[in-house]
Write a protein that binds this ligand. Sequence first.
Ligand code: AP5
Length: 225
Amino acid sequence: MQKKKILILLGPPGAGKGTLSALCAKKFGWKHVATGNLCRQEMQDKTELGLQMEALILAGKLVPDEIIVQMVENWLQERQDLVEGVIFDGIPRTVHQAKFIAKMLHEKFLEFEPLIIQLQVQKDALLYRILSRLICSNKECQTVYSLHAFVDKQQDEYRCEICGSVLQQRSDDTKEALEKRLDDYYQYEKDVLHYYKEHNVQVYQIDANQPVDKVFENLEKITTS
Ligand code: AP5
């Protein structure tokens, strides 16, 4: 029998972490936690935490580690259904977060097999993807689309194929914020990869410049090997 999985997806903005997480959730029934979604939820609900984060996120900066760790811990505490597997999307971004994940795996997920996947994509492609990304505005849905997938690109409004809600751009999907997100990402990624190397933890690389179905096929091979 296949061991239950913990999938940890590393990759720059636009690498396809959210897209692949949704495919894994649909095909394998794994539960998906995206730290970016947790942050946006706080912002949308206008909580004190959300107000603190807003300026950072809009400027393309990272949210402090303690806040991220606390939000993920809260998410885990509320879940009783992490039966088949869990996908961590957007965490770890820093060594502090990588240590938190390692501790959590040891304390809560000993019967799960952790798989750390690094999605690699060229910078030009990331810019193109992010600036044409559309997200379902329904917070229970949040399906990700690309404007390029629509035949008629001149419409005033696009709607979600699943729930019918309006699609919108993310407020941090601007060229300026993206440049900052990418700079930060590569700086922290180096440290996180170094941490894993130092601790002899295997990180699988996937060429994510390819179409989504190809990338998913490669991901599936790793999860079933
Ligand atoms: P977050 O929401 O995590 O954003 P991100 O890492 O910048 O990643 P994205 O969601 O932008 O990209 P993705 O890889 O999920 O790509 P997607 O599948 O959508 O974080 C946002 C902010 O929150 C951060 O900047 C930070 O401020 C804060 N934050 C979050 N986590 C944090 C943490 N741990 N620590 C500190 N701060 C944190 O795809 C993008 C587009 O490309 C879509 O349109 C999709 O259709 C298309 N696409 C996907 N794959 C392909 C493909 N193979 N070919 C062609 N198109 C594709």
